[in-house]
Design a protein around this ligand. Structure first.
Ligand SMILES: N[C@H](CCC[C@H](N)C(=O)O)C(=O)O
Length: 274
């Protein structure tokens, strides 16, 4: 990566925060992504974020862009719902695309509609849906459900969401042998009286609870609907406080909410030192 300063935009979607860089000029090589991600995502020592998003030229003519998405630990993920909402708005406001647009991820093509700060993305077709798994843990077994909404998600329905030790129990399930080798994100979900869900998510690759997880909220809504507990469109209250709206139309799952620009900055080369 050449030495001149690197411009970035900091965005957040329901409290899931990201660093976005326009890499159309190819200044950041593919092999540099993981290290750049963990260095920049460190809170206090650097910019701080749940993930890094590099926006690059599309492979298919007519698509707006391709992206590379990295979690805070530098691991590359196939997809990110909240990050995708930020990336779509970024592309429109950078003049790279007009809404509606399609962008390319490792999970597949994602269609997005941008209207000001409100963004709706259609996820890839959910796969590997499994309801009513018995998840053996040391002290007891839990009932779990699983679906891949672009990335793997385990969903556990709970009554007392506030009382869940998300970091401790989330980490145990995230690395559980049942989900090896890819591992899984872990979502604890409460079905509220008026057909709304509340959710807390332990995120793979952040290795902690995040304030929101778009593909996780979508996984929770899909599973709750398949269990007959909610009906589309499903409001999902995130830990960050914002309510995401999940639209379920047959196999099509869409995620809608705010994607906010926070600040634009540039990185000094020393920000990339260990
Ligand atoms: N941590 C996830 C990717 C980001 C998902 C989340 N931030 C979202 O909004 O979907 C994983 O590695 O599976």
């Amino acid at each position: 990566m050449r030495e001149e300063v690197l411009y970035f935009l900091k965005m957040q979607a329901s409290g899931n925060d990201f660093i976005l860089i326009n890499n159309f000029a190819g200044r950041i090589a593919a092999h540099e992504g993981p290290e750049l991600a963990w260095k920049l995502c460190r809170r206090r020592l650097s910019v701080g974020a749940d993930g890094l998003i590099l926006i690059e030229p599309p492979k298919k003519v007519g698509n707006a862009f391709a992206w590379r998405f990295y979690n805070a630990d530098g691991s590359e993920a196939e997809m990110c719902g909240n990050g995708g909402r930020c990336a779509a708005r970024f592309a429109v406001e950078e003049g790279l695309a007009k809404s509606p647009l399609v962008f390319e991820t490792l999970a597949g093509e994602i269609r997005a509609e941008v209207s000001g700060s409100r963004v709706k993305v259609e996820l890839t077709t959910p796969k590997d849906l499994k309801l009513g798994l018995e998840l053996p843990l040391e002290e007891k077994s839990l009932e779990a459900h699983f679906v891949n909404t672009g990335v793997p998600h385990t969903v556990i329905l709970v009554e007392d969401l506030e009382g869940v030790p998300v970091r401790e129990l989330g980490r145990k399930i995230r690395y559980h042998e049942m989900f090896l080798p890819a591992g899984t994100n872990v979502n604890f979900v409460k079905v509220e009286p008026e057909g709304r869900l509340s959710i807390r998510t332990y995120e793979r690759g952040v290795e902690d609870e995040t304030l929101a997880c778009g593909t996780g909220a979508s996984a929770a809504a899909l599973i709750a609907e398949r269990l007959g507990l909610v009906r589309s469109p499903v409001p999902v209250k995130t830990r960050g406080g914002e309510v995401l709206i999940i639209h379920l139309e047959g196999e099509r799952v869409s995620l809608e909410g705010e994607a906010r620009k926070i600040y634009r900055g540039y990185l000094y080369p020393e920000a990339l030192l260990d």
